[in-house]
Design a protein around this ligand. Structure first.
Ligand SMILES: [Fe+2]
Ligand SMILES: [Fe+2]
Length: 481
């Protein structure tokens, strides 16, 4: 991994230790200024260190900028390594996103006293009442002219090349997280089948990694859900459902504890299948009636497995309910058949149901044994099957997936073939793509490009293409750069 990174273009753009320390102090000061007085000794000491570093970094330039581009931190033009040691990084990122702030620019010749006044001014915000403009006015009112807050828009458009490095970096990280989740799922299923204890802590940890990754970069994980030809699809299916469910949960604004429970429930939704004969689960042909009767036991078996084998807490209680309800539709069709009409399925069950149906139909591996293109599945779910799902959640899911889902292949008007990388919510017909082939065949070096850029005016998407029909290996395009 380390070797791989050394050769990647990101390493070249990574900042040095001073920049890293400057950011660490920045996050620290942001937090400290919220909770302690301005003349607190620790705060003053941190301000002094921040000031010294600022002078050092800014000695040959008029300004020093701290900014977030494509969800990564930069000091001036250099990306700063982001890891968990940068405590507070995510807090600032989340807060800035809400306020519309993309960065802050310090004049290199500012006074140390300005630093001391800056942090309390920006970190003590009124939720819902403050935004970029009110904070700018606040700085102006206290005479802080040497420090400028920048809007997210201004900053984002500034560094397209670095942003591309960032995208690649995220994709590598997404893969590591995704495949860890798949292997954790495999371990869970094997433990369940062999009646061994399930490693709950590890499962929760992997859900948290998925939540963290999704907070910074949804599309790389969504792209991986497009790979359907896994050797053992069962484990990838639960991971896919977890990624979709967490993405929906994120859009709903669920807090972290709830997201964690939702992700956990999604991973365990089909755990009941581990209690069914393996031949049935892996049956290559369509199910006969007998198979169906067997298969329809998995929700109840799942709920029982969770409740019997795991300690009861919010995670397991909600997971058991989602396992039991994920095939019960909003119109009460589905299974298990309920003797009496009862309450609608819980929110988590409704989310899992949508995620599960989408993944099952697009993969063609679970029940239908025939895959359907994602756009057709979305249409099917929104029109033919709409009474089965929560309409609001379904609409939200449609927004997440877009018309050309991340990980799908599209044909362009230029006769090029491209892999969709990121859904562009401003213009869903023009996503960010990787062009992998043209009339003469597959490209040696794929072209990464944003179809919404003016230079791509002539490159319009004609339609989604089925990789199998073209003899293309979509998995290879997704996993290679
Ligand atoms: Fe299921
Ligand atoms: Fe499922």
């Amino acid at each position: 991994m380390a070797e791989q990174q050394a050769a990647s273009p990101i390493t070249r753009s990574l900042a040095g230790q001073s920049e890293e320390r400057l950011l660490t102090l920045f996050f620290g000061l942001y937090k400290t200024a919220r909770i302690i007085e301005e003349h607190n000794t620790m705060f003053l000491r941190q301000c002094e260190m921040f000031f010294d570093l600022l002078k050092q970094i800014g000695r040959n330039q008029p300004t020093v900028m701290i900014k977030i581009v494509a969800e990564r931190y930069f000091v001036n033009q250099q990306m700063v390594r982001y890891d968990d040691e940068l405590a507070g990084a995510l807090t600032v990122q989340t807060e800035w996103a809400k306020l519309g702030i993309g960065g802050v620019q310090f004049d290199a010749d500012i006074a140390q006293s300005d630093i001391r006044r800056f942090f309390p001014a920006v970190s003590q915000v009124r939720p819902g009442a403050d935004n970029l403009n009110t904070l700018k006015a606040k700085l102006e009112n206290i005479g802080l002219t040497g420090i400028t807050l920048l809007s997210a828009k201004d900053v984002e458009t500034e560094l397209p090349e670095a942003a591309e490095d960032v995208r690649r970096h995220f994709r590598t990280m997404a893969r590591a997280t995704f495949f860890t989740a798949v292997s954790v799922m495999q371990e869970v299923v094997v433990s369940t089948t062999q009646q061994r204890e399930i490693n709950i802590a590890r499962t929760k940890r992997v859900v948290h990694s998925l939540i963290d990754h999704l907070a910074r970069d949804e599309s790389s994980l969504l792209e991986l859900t497009a790979i359907k030809d896994f050797d053992d699809y069962t484990y990838a299916h639960s991971t896919d459902v977890c990624v979709y469910a967490l993405t929906l949960g994120g859009r709903l604004g669920l807090d972290r504890p709830r997201l964690s429970q939702l992700g956990f429930a999604a991973l365990f939704h089909d755990i009941g299948k581990a209690k069914l004969p393996r031949d049935l689960i892996r049956k290559p042909d369509a199910f006969d009636e007998d198979d169906w009767v067997q298969m329809q036991r998995h929700p109840l078996l799942g709920a029982k497995t969770i409740l019997r084998n795991m300690k009861l807490d919010m995670h397991t209680a909600r997971a058991a309910r989602a396992a039991f309800e994920h095939h019960i539709n909003m119109d009460f069709t589905g299974y298990p058949t309920l003797r009496h009409e009862r309450r609608q399925p819980a929110l988590f069950s409704r989310i899992v149901s949508i995620a599960d149906t989408f993944d099952a139909l697009t993969s063609g591996r679970v029940y239908m044994k025939k895959s359907i293109p994602p756009d057709v599945v979305i249409k099917k779910m929104r029109f033919q099957m709409q009474v089965k799902f929560d309409p609001f959640l379904l609409k939200l899911f449609n927004d997440v997936i877009g018309i050309y889902p991340a990980g799908s292949l599209v044909l362009l008007t230029t006769d090029e073939i491209a892999l969709v990388l990121t859904n562009n919510e401003q213009d869903r017909a023009r996503p960010y793509v990787k062009i992998v082939g043209d009339r003469s065949g597959l490209l040696q070096t794929p072209i990464w490009t944003d179809l919404s850029l003016p230079e791509n005016e002539s490159r319009k998407i004609v339609r989604l293409i089925d990789p199998v029909r073209y003899g293309l290996d979509a998995k290879q395009f997704i996993l290679s750069d």
